[in-house]
Design a protein around this ligand. Structure first.
Ligand code: PAF
Length: 281
């Protein structure tokens, strides 16, 4: 597995590949867990060459957010990626990606202000800017993103379409712990007590799915039922609970085929997200 630190080295490695190779790309911020590895495995299955990136992207963190304390486990991440048979890892320093204070941004208007974008202003602008840069540097044929960041996935799909990136975007299912908690690099912040309470996010989605299964299709009623579950866990502070169209992220009045229930909440100081399609595929 080649570890590449500069844009020039990465471009050279990419251009040295046989042009018939289908290159799969898994962008990450490191602190890898089974969720990331599921993306790598999907890339291995669908592509000839797998490239990953490890870059904690400063432009997607707000000033009061956890950029400095975000877990950095580079050696361990590389061991995991090597075991999975990854071919190339692009792991630039912040200075390599942003030698100057950036003034050029990629923004997917309207979608970027919804769900997490409402609570984290500027977050998705940072994501779409860095993903555009990574696409230009790695030049993948296919890129893999987790469904857990459902808004990110919808926004990247839209950006890729609107800017004609020749990249297929593949969304991969959420990977959960045995008890249902969605895997996240931020779960390592949780105390044992917060870890238990954090399950309320998953349970609220299960309740909404159950009520929908029992015939309730009114989104306001389903949201109220989900909120009840969160309210029972007094130490969990809800940020949002919405039912949206998974492509446009617009709020829905009643459940359609593409309806996604999405939740964000704080367990202690840790902000967690989760989501579920209401209509099973
Ligand atoms: O999902 C993430 O880990 C990040 O938002 C991404 C896509 C790697 C961009 O920094």
């Amino acid at each position: 597995m080649k570890i590449l630190r500069t844009i020039a080295e990465t471009r050279a490695a990419r251009h040295a590949l046989d042009e018939r190779c289908r290159v799969g790309f898994v962008p990450t911020m490191g602190a890898l867990h089974e969720g990331h590895l599921s993306l790598v495995r999907a890339a291995k299955e669908q592509c000839d060459i797998v490239a990953a990136s490890i870059f904690v992207n400063p432009t997607q963190f707000g000033p009061a957010e956890d950029f400095n304390k975000y877990p950095r486990t580079f050696e361990h991440d590389c061991e995991l990626l090597e075991k999975e048979g990854v071919d190339l890892v692009f792991a630039p320093a912040p200075q390599e990606m942003y030698p100057k204070e950036p003034v050029t941004w990629v923004t997917v208007e309207s979608l970027s202000d919804k769900l997490c974008g409402r609570s984290r202003p500027g977050h998705f602008r940072g994501v779409t800017t860095v993903v555009s840069k990574l696409f230009h540097i790695v030049e993948p044929d296919v890129a893999f993103f987790g469904q857990k960041d459902a808004a990110q996935l919808a926004i990247i799909r839209r950006m890729t379409k609107d800017l004609n990136f020749p990249v297929d975007i593949v969304g991969c299912p959420i990977v959960r712990e045995a008890d249902g908690l969605a895997m996240s690099s931020r779960n390592t912040y949780l105390s044992p007590e917060e870890r238990k309470r954090a399950l309320a996010l998953y349970h609220c989605l299960l309740e909404m799915k159950k009520q929908f299964g029992n015939g309730e299709a009114d989104c306001a009623k389903l949201i109220a039922a989900g909120k009840e579950v969160i309210l029972q866990e007094s130490s969990i502070r809800l940020d949002y609970l919405e039912i949206v169209d998974a492509d446009t992220l617009d709020s829905l009045q009643s459940v359609t085929g593409n309806a996604l229930a999405a939740v964000a909440a704080f367990a202690g100081n840790t902000r967690l997200i989760d989501n579920a399609f209401l209509v099973s595929a």
